[in-house]
Design a protein around this ligand. Structure first.
Ligand code: C2O
Ligand code: CU
Ligand code: CU
Length: 488
């Protein structure tokens, strides 16, 4: 079975990466390399992205119905240099209304791709997306209100890597597919014919979608990859609908160099990291130290904690085996400095806002719940007592103000996300976040208690194209655990 993908441009050819991945017949599959654009640094054409109905083989020989973006599943990795403006033509060929949101980008509300920038079937949306922020791993996915979970699950998602002068000159692995890999982690369910299916088991209100099979770049895990003996860089996205993943290495600690919004000041070692849906972390693996190593993923977050109880026990799987190919790597010394980052200073905040995430169904909006049918069941969720409503602005923020956002929950663990910014986490239930989560973030975990972040917005979002804040368990988001804000 082959898997092909192309990134097309509509005029002056800048990028065109075609490629083929062959599945192994049995045993460990090769790591699929998602097509990546050449570094976009100077553009004269527009960039065509086409959302389409596809069939995709996840490596089990079955042709699953899926969505792809210039691919049979997921989109290309778009790699761009800071300072460029990306002129996209995004054509919707999936036969239902959709949107494409740029998760992590600091961009104005009217090109953010949220629920207000719907793309009707067969229509084309042409935002010019300015890339102003520094090196970071971002992503894009459907944000179609009420249908984000299903559309993203079927494959409307992809990765955008931003590079800057510092990241391009850093002594880090940077040859894509050789010592620098993008990993998109997801969980899936397959039916008795081996086809991908979206079935909500358990309490939808609590759990969201839980699949029993781990997928890496559209292939059923485990996958394997030969690599040089030096440092290997893994840029990892948790693109699950609802699962928190616990990441660790089979040998040695896991070394984190970057979080959602960019590099940490220096590498941070941890036994494991807890990664929510929507989060990104970049990891360095020292192949010289171990000869071979593996990225392991606990589908329930690991450590036998809260999530393991909720989802029924620990289950650690090998996601990716790294095998030395005997060649010498380009980078072999762990860097000690990566970025300048001062500690967040809460005394700069002039405004504090509070958000209470509500799990309870809201009787007043039973009609809405009915419209969303199978996803939301008998009720809807909300924030501060209100389920998301397209024509209600919940918060008005002044551009350039530094604010503290305090997010509370009564039960469960929720991953809270804010559009249009990167923030710093101040505290989670009174304690500082783990070292690896102390850099730039756009996601924060809130577990039976509260978390606070320090945030500032530098771009405009008007009432007709507001930003969103929401729980990134996609079923919670679809069911109303989302709000809208302007920045003016
Ligand atoms: Cu990843 Cu509002 O989105
Ligand atoms: Cu977002
Ligand atoms: Cu939630």
């Amino acid at each position: 079975m082959n898997r092909r993908g192309f990134l097309k441009t509509t005029s002056a050819g800048i990028i065109l990466a075609g490629g083929t991945v062959s599945w192994a017949q049995s045993g460990t599959r090769p790591l699929p390399k998602i097509q990546m654009t050449d570094l976009i640094d100077g553009i004269d054409g527009r960039i065509a992205l086409s959302l389409s109905n596809t069939t995709h083989d996840f490596g089990n020989g079955a042709a699953s119905q899926a969505f792809g973006i210039n691919n049979s599943y997921l989109g290309p990795v778009i790699r761009v240099k800071q300072g460029q403006t990306l002129p996209f033509d995004i054509t919707n060929g999936i036969g239902e209304t959709s949107t494409l949101h740029w998760h992590g980008l600091h961009i104005p509300g009217d090109v953010d791709g949220g629920p207000h920038q719907e793309i009707a079937p067969n229509a084309t949306w042409s935002p010019d997306v300015p890339i102003v922020q520094h090196a970071s791993m971002n992503w894009f996915h459907s944000h179609m209100h009420g249908n984000t979970a299903q559309q993203t699950y079927k494959g409307l998602a992809g990765v955008m890597l931003i590079e800057d002068d510092a990241s391009l000159s850093a002594d880090l692995p940077k040859t894509y597919g050789v010592d620098d890999f993008t990993l998109v982690l997801q969980d899936k369910t397959f039916d008795s014919n081996g086809k991908m299916s979206y079935v909500l088991t358990g309490e939808v209100f609590e759990d969201g979608f839980e699949g029993d099979t781990l997928i890496v770049n559209g292939a059923i895990a485990p996958v394997s990859q030969p690599v040089p003996t030096g440092l290997v860089r893994l840029r990892i996205l948790n693109a699950c609908n609802a699962r928190f993943l616990g990441l660790s290495m089979a040998s040695g600690p896991i070394t984190v160099i970057a979080s959602d919004g960019g590099f940490l000041p220096s590498p941070v070692e941890a036994d494991s990291i807890l990664m929510s849906p929507g989060e990104r972390y970049e990891v360095l693996v020292d192949m010289a130290a171990f000869g071979a190593n593996a990225l392991e993923v606990n589908l329930n977050g690991g450590n036998g904690g809260f999530l393991a109880n909720l989802f029924g026990g620990d289950q650690t799987l090998t996601a990716l085996s790294l095998i030395s190919n005997g060649t010498k790597g380009a980078a072999d010394t762990m860097p000690n400095r990566l970025a300048n980052l001062s500690s967040p200073d809460p005394s700069q905040a002039t405004v504090t806002r509070s958000f209470q995430l509500n799990m309870d169904g809201n009787a007043d909006l039973a009609a809405l719940a009915l419209a969303w049918g199978n996803v939301c069941g008998e009720g809807v969720m909300g924030i501060n007592g209100q389920p998301m409503k397209m024509d209600r602005i919940d918060e008005q923020v002044r551009k350039g103000d530094t604010e503290i956002w305090r997010i509370s929950v009564d039960d469960m663990l929720h991953p809270f996300h804010i559009h249009g910014c990167s923030f710093r986490i101040l505290t989670q239930n009174g304690a500082p976040p783990p070292n690896y989560a102390q850099g730039w973030k756009d996601m924060v975990h809130v577990e039976e208690g509260w978390s606070e972040v320090l945030v500032k917005f530098d771009y405009q979002a008007n009432a007709d194209a507001p930003y969103m804040y929401h729980c990134h368990i996609l079923e919670h988001e679809d069911c109303g655990m989302m709000g809208q804000f302007t920045v003016t």
